[in-house]
Design a binder for this molecule. Structure first.
Ligand SMILES: Cc1cc2nc3c(=O)[nH]c(=O)nc-3n(C[C@H](O)[C@H](O)[C@H](O)COP(=O)(O)O)c2cc1C
Length: 446
């Protein structure tokens, strides 16, 4: 096999060729009044110089004029969990006010298309007018005419749900606001109708970006039906809604700079990764044959590889590049090439989806019951007693203040392995293995 530089990372996604499987997620800038399509194109092109295989435009609605009397409103709120470090951002913003004007968004596509290599496509991320399929299709056609290569339906933006009246709008389809986002995308009938109409009216491949608020197993039905009406891909996931935390030392006020209140706002970053994996893994299992883009909490290149092993064809960075800058893209592509070389994978196809066969319903898993037991390495045990002072009836401390396991009582739950701060606990083959029936009989005291 050759050198890392020779590795071919190109991929065909929704029928469109991309030079690399890592791209730029849709990211609405927080200063749309001062940013033009041309200016945003410059920023996106920096990501492309770093090797990105595709770019998204930020969501745009059908509105022609941004309301000039309403200033853009957006703020990043740092999330930090003591003991766990940086855990993401809350994004407090008003979807209507941070939206780029349609004419500037179309200029953005035009500027990008003039400068991008032919194998770096533009995905237009659009948020149409509420529950009006015709309006969505009209908007998609405008981006098609401007030169976009792929249409992504943003029925998942969480910002509209953080606005006043969201709960009331959600309860009635008739009241879905013009800026609907996830208020639309958690309604299968409406999302299906919008997708079908856009697919019928444009010649471009169309996909849907899901909201994580559509949890498992409902999301599987979504994917199936969207595929049925012609969606070529599913993107998982947009940000979930959360409530920004109160300042516990200041009467519950907002701890964030310049805010007089906390918001119901999207939370982005590492903690959403498992929601992304849930979607990618389960769609691969239950709805094979539809392309998948992974986004959400991918803040290390190993996350990209994990998402691909679960079936993602392409992966995109949002928080990752906000934290690390554009260099994160080139670093990740370099690592990916090295990884493939070391593992002996000659193409992305060789490892895409490999992990899906190992996702199983609980009853189909061999848990090694009766065969496996916990064991504590006395050389590593520091006698902290955390495992013994816990939800475990098999571990006690011996006279040397070392944890010891009663093999007969151990249910191999591996709590000790998960929590031991000294990595002294492991699961091993039991010295006197029991058959599963015997194990249950003992366990149940029969
Ligand atoms: C500042 C900002 C703007 C965003 N704008 C959009 C957007 O215009 N359209 C969209 O579909 N998602 C948008 N998102 C969501 C991201 O594309 C992504 O789905 C989400 O941030 C989760 O990825 P992460 O955990 O890597 O940040 C935005 C996210 C951020 C942080």
């Amino acid at each position: 096999m050759g050198k890392p530089d020779d590795m071919d990372l190109s991929v065909e996604f929704a029928g469109v060729k991309m030079r690399a499987p890592i791209g730029v997620a849709a990211q609405a800038p927080f200063a749309p009044a001062s940013i033009s399509g041309k200016k945003l194109a410059e920023l996106l092109l920096k990501h492309v110089e770093a090797g990105a295989g595709y770019v998204h435009t930020p969501y745009t609605n059908v509105e022609l004029d941004h309301p000039k009397n309403r200033l853009p409103t957006g703020r990043f709120l740092k999330a930090h969990t003591p003991g766990f470090g940086r855990s993401g951002f809350w994004v407090a913003a008003d979807s209507y006010r941070i939206e780029m004007r349609l004419d500037e968004s179309l200029k953005l596509v035009d500027s990008l298309k003039k400068r991008l290599p032919s194998d770096v496509p533009v995905i237009a991320n659009i948020m149409g007018p509420g529950a009006d399929p015709g309006g969505w299709a009209e908007l998609a056609c405008k981006f098609e005419n401007a030169g976009a290569d792929i249409i992504e339906l943003d029925v998942s933006c969480p910002l509209p749900a953080s606005a006043a009246g969201a709960v009331e709008s959600f309860s009635s389809a008739e009241h879905i606001p013009e800026h609907a986002g996830m208020l639309l995308g958690d309604n299968l009938a409406l999302t299906r109708a919008v997708t079908a109409e856009v697919v019928n009216k444009t010649r471009l491949p169309v996909g849907v970006k899901l909201t994580p608020e559509t949890g498992f197993p409902r999301l599987v039905g979504f994917a199936e039906q969207l595929k049925e009406v012609g969606a070529r891909f599913i993107t998982s996931v947009n940000a979930p809604l959360s409530v920004a935390p109160p300042d516990i030392h200041n009467g519950g006020k907002s701890p964030y700079p310049g805010l007089d209140a906390n918001t119901i706002s999207p939370a982005v970053g590492p903690w959403t990764r498992y929601l992304c994996y849930r979607n990618i893994g389960t769609i691969s299992m239950f709805v094979p044959g539809i392309d998948q883009a992974a986004v959400g909490g991918l803040v290390d290149v190993t996350h990209v590889i994990e998402a691909m092993m679960l079936g993602a064809k392409i992966c995109e960075f949002s928080s990752g590049t906000l934290w690390k800058g554009w260099g994160f893209i080139s670093d990740s592509l370099n690592y990916l090439r090295q990884y493939m070389l070391k593992q002996g994978y000659r193409s992305l196809e060789e490892f895409r989806g490999l992990g899906v066969q190992y996702i199983k319903p609980a009853e189909e898993i061999d848990w090694g019951l009766g065969r496996l037991t916990a064991a504590i390495d006395p050389g590593k045990c520091k006698g902290c007693e955390i495992c013994a002072n816990n939800l475990c009836w098999a571990i006690t401390m011996n006279e040397n203040n070392k944890a010891t396991v009663s093999e007969q009582d151990c249910g191999a739950c591996a709590l000790c392995v998960a929590i031991c701060p000294s990595n002294a606990a492991t699961l091993v083959e039991a010295q006197t293995p029991q058959r599963e029936e015997e194990f249950y009989a003992r366990y149940l005291g029969q």
